[in-house]
Design a protein around this ligand. Structure first.
Ligand SMILES: Cc1ncc(COP(=O)(O)O)c(C=O)c1O
Length: 369
């Protein structure tokens, strides 16, 4: 069978030429292209500020630092997510506390946040799993009442809306990922959006060693001070250049994702032994998640048939040795997350994927289940 890839990047020849030009120019980092990409990105999400970073993980780490998380504090994160969400908390010395997720959406719920809340809780990081928006209204209300910092992990969520507003604008920050399988890519890379000027300034400094002045603001060479411990989490200019047209053209990309998701649903929603979420106009459709028993067997068969699929993610974080051993976690508390991890299959969604390829994937899966 002709191969169907799980993901295909969406970069034009012009953009590849632009990367060549930037490299030839010799100005490879903190130049005008990172600024341009930040401007276009914040225009897309309608956020006041955007800071480009070297990855979403870096963005989450800086968000945790700027929120003041530290040793002795607890931050609630979903049990079913990429390890980066929890690692970002742990880098600061604070403790990542896992909350079980909804079995179908994969999203954290207010009920499980409340269950894990203690006097030490200082914040919550939500993930819009597979691009489905979390139920933000009630989570925001709870965080306000308890004076908790809310951060959004938007790694799957370029194009995800909640009540007509782009996600990332509800928490203190929203961190996006531009890893190659994501909706837009810069190789590695990420973006932090915020509507808080103080947090913006802090993250901008934290991502570049804690240096207090941009090159353009220095009166003479080397004229800067360092008042706190910063990192080097910058995105290069040739990476940023790749992102500019992708975000400018994202509306079309998102429309195609929705058309493909609708096709998956019309093929699969009535098939016995397959479960999937109903259509949502607010979802980014980073991937199309289906759930079935015997998942691993089906994955193997799909691979043999040259159909590219993935899993997001196979092992809920409390099953990972690092967290399981460190916090002596009892897996009984993460039943939904573990079930989500063992039953999900991520089907491909990207603008170059053809409707007839979606039909072929659906026909094959229907036969296999
Ligand atoms: C939910 C989630 N958060 C964070 C990350 C980390 O993103 P990055 O690879 O850009 O650091 C990922 C990566 O896929 C992710 O899926």
């Amino acid at each position: 069978m002709k191969e169907i890839k799980f993901s295909k990047i969406n970069i034009s020849k012009e953009d590849i030429n632009l990367v060549g030009k930037i490299i030839k120019s010799g100005w490879l980092t903190h130049g005008k292209f990172t600024k341009r990409f930040e401007d276009k990105f914040k225009k897309y999400t309608k956020s006041k500020y955007a800071v480009s970073v070297s990855s979403c993980t870096a963005g989450l780490h800086l968000s945790c630092l700027a929120s003041g998380f530290k040793k002795g504090e607890e931050i609630i994160v979903p049990a079913q997510t990429h390890t980066a969400t929890a690692h970002a908390v742990e880098y600061t010395g604070a403790k990542a506390v896992f909350a079980d997720v909804n079995k179908m959406t994969g999203n954290i719920s207010l009920k499980s946040i409340k269950k894990n809340y203690t006097k030490k809780t200082k914040g919550v990081i939500i993930v819009h799993m597979a691009g489905y928006p979390c139920d933000l209204q009630e989570i925001i209300k709870f965080c306000k009442t308890k004076k908790l910092v809310l951060l959004e992990d938007c790694a799957h969520a370029v194009g995800t809306k909640y009540k007509k507003k782009h996600v990332g604008n509800y928490g203190l920050t929203g961190s996006f990922s531009f890893y190659p399988t994501k909706q837009i890519t810069t190789g590695e890379g990420g973006m932090v959006v915020t509507n808080d000027k103080k947090i913006f300034n802090k993250i901008k400094k934290l991502k570049a060693f804690g240096i207090d002045k941009d090159i353009k603001d220095r009166k003479k060479q080397g004229d800067y001070d360092v008042k706190f411990l910063g990192y080097n989490y910058r995105m290069t200019d040739f990476q940023a250049a790749l992102g500019i047209n992708q975000i400018l053209n994202y509306k079309k990309n998102l429309e195609m994702r929705h058309a493909l998701a609708k096709r998956y649903l019309s093929n699969l929603s009535k098939i016995k032994n397959i479960k999937c979420m109903p259509y949502s106009k607010d979802c980014s459709y980073f991937i199309f998640q289906v759930f079935c028993k015997n998942r691993d067997k089906i994955l193997k068969q799909l691979k043999n048939l040259n159909i590219g699929v993935s899993v997001h993610y196979s092992n809920a974080l409390p099953r990972m040795s690092y967290y399981k051993n460190k916090y002596n976690l009892n897996l009984i508390n993460y039943k939904n997350s573990i079930e989500y991890g063992t039953e999900n299959i991520s089907l491909p969604v990207y603008p170059k994927l053809k409707i007839r390829e979606v039909d072929k994937i659906c026909k094959t899966i229907t036969k296999l289940v």
